[in-house]
Design a protein around this ligand. Structure first.
Ligand SMILES: [Mg+2]
Length: 426
């Protein structure tokens, strides 16, 4: 073999090794807006700066959706009953919260991240994962991420923190450690030592119940969990235990899933006989809106855009869509669907098909619905959804929608097979 051929093999070999390393070693940024709702309120009213602020439902059963660091000093945290929070800090300023404002700022931040990032996931209204893998060839990833963070702060006025590491779990935990208004990089090989001294509660999968089980095993910090054989965790807590053990060891290969404004859930119905019965049409639309909202809640999603579709007997199709504050609440969605229908249904013609679509979906539980205080909507929905899960999606339905046929009891977010009439575009 000549030297020349050998050289070529050596170069090819090195390139392959480099590509292999590149594909294994990722650069994942987790960005999270600090006390997001509070920061938005402070942008609108600077008198709220440096004061203990509670945002959430103000009724008897209201819950804290977000609170300022000044309030946290009193031992207050989100999801705490508002009454208890007010007892702990009577001088706190209580604000009902405004989902339209928060949705507006969330979109502003999303636009900046979208423009600057090759691949990003919007994991909630105030949280993002960005995959900057391979970017080190052109810019330093840390420098680029810092500049992006500075840009968001400068253009929106909102404080934001980030964690940078080779995977999502470590980056998310790093963001939590960086807060407030700061950044941390955990380089490859330092994941375990970074995690070791932290409480096991910092692992994203660990809620109160799991935490108590781990305490029962004598584990409070991540370090003893790292040193434990994985088989032991599997025996104690099953597959969930294996997942927790992996995260404790800084192992996480889950990908950043590209956010797509067009991703949607929808349902439509073609009539056997074309109709112009407006009461019937509205009833069906209401049932559709309600069923899709149930599916959003079941998949822990919120929608930021609603569309109504009408096809007339002459096959002309009219669609109207509207950007809305992020929500998964029937009492907010149904009136918007009705308003769109009123505007869209403008020809005196028989209708062949109607449909509803929710798009611009983001992950998130109904934290945005926690502000309503006339009725306790959050617990109402929880109760209704439990009945639906148990007895089928038609077990509870608003009276107006009683004429509608079932439109599917599947969960579009966990891969269960879709029903005939519902469809999913991703
Ligand atoms: Mg946040």
């Amino acid at each position: 073999m000549s030297i020349f051929v050998f050289q070529r093999f050596a170069i090819l070999f090195l390139i392959t090794i480099k590509q292999l390393l590149m594909s294994v070693l990722r650069s994942i940024v987790h960005m999270d807006l600090d006390t997001f709702f509070v920061s938005c309120e402070r942008l609108l009213d600077s008198r709220l700066n440096n004061k203990p602020i509670l945002i959430g439902g103000t009724s008897d059963r209201g819950v804290v959706a977000s609170c300022s660091y000044e309030a946290r000093a009193f031992g207050i945290h989100s999801a705490m009953p508002m009454r208890m929070a007010q007892q702990r800090c009577p001088e706190a300023i209580v604000i009902k919260g405004n989902s339209a404002t928060y949705s507006k700022y969330s979109r502003l931040v999303t636009e900046i991240i979208k423009e600057a990032s090759p691949l990003y996931e919007k994991s909630s209204i105030d949280e993002f994962y960005i995959d900057f893998t391979g970017m080190d060839r052109f810019h330093g990833v840390l420098k680029y991420s810092s500049e992006l963070r500075e840009r968001i702060i400068k253009e929106t006025g909102l404080p934001i923190s980030f964690g940078l590491s080779p995977n999502k779990t470590v980056s998310k935990i790093a963001t939590g450690e960086a807060k407030p208004n700061n950044q941390i990089e955990i380089t490859n090989g330092h994941e375990k030592s970074f995690l070791a001294p932290l409480s096991v509660r910092k692992i994203p999968m660990v809620g109160l119940k799991t935490y108590q089980s781990l305490c029962g095993l004598g584990i409070r910090k991540i370090e003893p969990l790292q040193k434990m054989p994985v088989e032991l965790m599997e025996r104690a807590m099953g597959q969930n235990g294996v997942g927790i053990w992996k995260k404790a060891n800084g192992i996480d290969s889950s990908p950043v899933i590209q956010h797509n404004e067009r991703k949607s859930i929808s349902t439509e119905r073609t009539f056997n006989q074309d109709t112009i019965d407006v009461v019937k049409l509205k009833g069906i639309l209401s049932a559709m809106a309600e069923n899709l909202a149930f599916q959003l809640r079941r998949g822990a999603r919120l929608t930021g855009c609603v569309t109504v579709k009408i096809r007339y007997s002459d096959f002309q199709t009219q669609t109207l869509q509207k950007k809305i504050p992020y929500t998964a609440a029937d009492h907010e969605l149904i009136p918007m669907i009705m308003e769109l229908f009123q505007r869209a249904f403008n020809r005196r013609l028989l209708v062949r098909l109607i449909g509803v679509r929710y798009s611009s979906l983001v992950s998130g539980n109904h934290q945005l619905d926690l502000f309503s205080d006339e009725t306790d909507y959050a617990s109402l929905y929880k109760a209704m959804d439990q009945i639906r899960v148990r007895y089928g999606d038609r077990a509870v339905i608003k009276a107006i929608g009683l004429q509608a046929k079932t439109i599917g009891g599947w969960n579009p977010f966990n891969g269960e097979p879709p029903a005939l009439l519902a469809n999913r575009r991703s």
